[in-house]
Design a protein around this ligand. Sequence first.
Ligand code: F6R
Ligand code: MG
Ligand code: MG
Length: 382
Amino acid sequence: MKITLSVIKADIGGYVGHSSTHPEVVETVREFVKKECEKGNLIDFDILTCGDDIAIVMTHNHGVDSEVVHGIAWNAFEKGTEVAKKLKLYGAGQDLLSDAFSGNVKGLGPGVAEAEFEERPSEPVVVFFADKTSPSAWNLPLYEMFADPMNTAGLVIDPKMHEGFTFEVLDVYTGKAVKLNTPAETYDLLALIGTVGKYVVKNVYRNFDGEIAAAASTQRLSLMAGKYVGKDDPVLIVRAQSGFPAIGEILEPFSKPWIVEGWMRGSHNGPLMPVSFEDARPSRFDGPPRVIAAGYQIAEGKLIGPADLFRDPAFDKARRVANDMADILRRQGIFEPHRLPADEMEYTTLPKVLKKLEGRFYDAEAQRVEEEEKVPEKGDVD
Ligand code: F6R
Ligand code: MG
Ligand code: MG
């Protein structure tokens, strides 16, 4: 049976501030989607939260980019926004950038990751969901899962994985995408996706048969809205086992925290901390950025789960290391490289400060030469 797994997420109001979601809002979204499911518009659904974001996980037969499915998510988020506004939650409706739904949520604000595939005899998937960071946060772990044999033993020893994977990479500024085949084009891939402010991995396909292996949300709210409206906290779907990376190979990159863009005011570098559902509530300096991993078995389109995959002492060390990294970065305060470079910051006063000081900048070198010329040389004095 061919099914589509769609994960659509939005921040429709924070409780308290930008730290978490409010149960009443989450329940309102859940109730709305449940009714749509009962009407037969969806096969199944689940609701996940991470920080101040809500994700609707849906299975259905409408394919990707479906007006029906995107409409359900949009309307559910609108209903949730009404409650968020009533409770005066922080930034109520902040990711619903348009007043009217026009058939597809892409470009409107919510983040979307979707994959259509033939359900295998057993279909394990992982939905990752992060807060206080951007879609480029997935670049490094996707490379490790699908192209690094030191992470994923299956690339070497599973016949279906041995031919490698193809990465579809999007330039978020131009909207153009390119497909790069690994292992042959690994270095070209890394040349692009190491540039995290510009290139993000959108999809990954298995070379053996072209099957979709992973799909990420690639929206960048800051670019879409033309002004800052909140970091585009991303979601990611990864298929697992029998010819795809094993659950343990998919989770392994997160055991070694790395630094991502986001954190306070979307303007800082910080470690991505893998946490349980319960601990997905960023607090310290609005962070550090968090990621949860929800595991499902899909059975005739039904979502069996979720399993809280980072709720495991095996990730305690990663959490400790992430906290140590946070201390080191916080020591830098407002200085780079903790603070992002000027053109990557979501908030900035730099142009205003520069404008104010415009007339006060002087040519320091010319002044030095002038001063030097004024000093009388030895022998000039009578
Ligand atoms: C970052 C984030 C928060 C806010 C910060 C300031 O993605 O959500 O760090 O940027 O709390 O928020 P405002 O400007 O709304 O007071
Ligand atoms: Mg928020
Ligand atoms: Mg958020």
